[in-house]
Design a protein around this ligand. Structure first.
Ligand code: MRU
Length: 341
């Protein structure tokens, strides 16, 4: 299973090799990142993406600077990486961890490397637990609708939403996945279909506007998250909110799968989550060809907010929070499981 790594830090070269996700599924191209600018651009241009993975990339991005720079420049580089994308809180969570280590450190490179490796390993473990807990929601031959890509391509492990599916497959439940294509960048069509079929999971890709028609046939819908507020409101790829509404209308359980690093305990509700606006051309063009009239304006937010009351539960590495609300999430916060938020 999983014979690819979306990101690998190479200590002998002090560089990061990433699988260029903009080239999938056509080409499996690996790109070497050597500078903080390389890492910033790879995140911004979505050569690598997914909330946990951009946090891990930023952590190693800080390591790249640590050999030859003084503390002040390292902290500057860390802040710069934090401007690459605004919504996924994992990015800021990882950067804060790296900065906290840097300011206390006597041996910058070694200690920063150790912290980045810890962030990567913790994410791998979290995916494993999310898979275990989440697989309890999956019955034999379940039909599951997913959105965007919350898989191995978006984490250092087996993924969050897709981690549940891989775990269910391992348990011989033979889940069947309906992956929404996820306009405009097609993470569902390009990336989710690539990694699921590579791992021999039966996968149908449907266009986003087919979701309402197919939802009544589903046993479960599960998505990832970029940031979860204290009351359970969840930011994820634009279109997730619509899917949650469709799931509720059809009485299909709608679950979010996310590690604790995706919770932002400092904000009360989803209205406080900054939504990334992306380049116009992502919508204006398709395959580099203009498909929108020149005079038409473009509106291209990358994420939306799904209100907590549309979410049946949040699958975390500590268990499933059924019908998430402020009290339950505060309990998680107060258990001191994640001192960085
Ligand atoms: O814009 P992207 O491709 O980075 O958006 C990714 C998502 O919305 C994922 O669902 C989310 O980051 C969770 S990945 C485990």
């Amino acid at each position: 299973m999983l014979d690819f790594r979306p990101l690998e830090y190479k200590q002998n070269e002090n560089s990061i090799t990433i699988l260029d996700q903009t080239q999938l599924p056509g080409k499996e191209t690996y790109v070497c990142l050597k500078t903080v600018d390389d890492v910033y651009n790879a995140i911004k241009n979505m050569k690598l993406r997914g909330a946990p993975l951009i946090g891990i990339a930023a952590a190693y991005g800080v390591v790249l600077t640590a050999h030859s720079n003084a503390l002040e420049s390292i902290l500057e580089a860390a802040d710069y990486l934090g401007t690459a994308r605004p919504t996924a809180v994992n990015l800021f969570w990882a950067i804060k961890r790296m900065k906290d280590v840097a300011v206390k450190s006597k041996n910058l490179f070694e200690e920063l490397l150790k912290e980045a490796q810890a962030i990567e390993q913790e994410d791998r473990n979290a995916c494993q637990y999310i898979g275990q807990y989440g697989s309890e929601l999956v019955k034999v031959r379940a039909k599951i609708m997913v959105y965007c890509n919350a898989g191995a391509l978006a984490t250092s492990g087996i993924g969050t939403a897709l981690g549940i599916i891989y775990t269910a497959e391992k348990q011989n439940k033979k889940p069947v996945v309906y992956a929404c294509e996820t306009r405009p960048l097609l993470q569902g069509a390009r990336l989710t279909s690539w990694e699921l079929t590579k791992n021999r999971i039966k996968t149908y890709v449907i266009s986003d506007n087919m979701a309402a028609t197919y939802m009544p046939k589903m046993d479960l819908a599960v998505v990832g998250a970029d940031r979860i507020a204290l009351n359970g409101d969840t930011a994820n790829k634009i279109g997730t909110r619509g899917l949650a509404i469709i799931a509720r209308y059809n009485n299909v359980p709608f679950y979010v799968a996310a590690p604790l690093s995706t919770f932002d305990f400092s904000i009360e509700t989803g209205t406080e989550i900054p939504i990334e606006m992306r380049f116009e051309d992502e919508l204006r063009k398709f395959n580099n060809k203009k498909i929108v009239a020149d005079r038409a304006e473009i509106y291209n937010p990358a994420f939306d907010i799904t209100p907590a009351d549309l979410i049946s539960g949040i699958v975390t590495e500590k268990g499933i929070i059924e019908q998430p609300d402020r009290t339950k999430i505060e309990r998680l916060k107060n258990s001191g499981l994640n001192e960085y938020l």
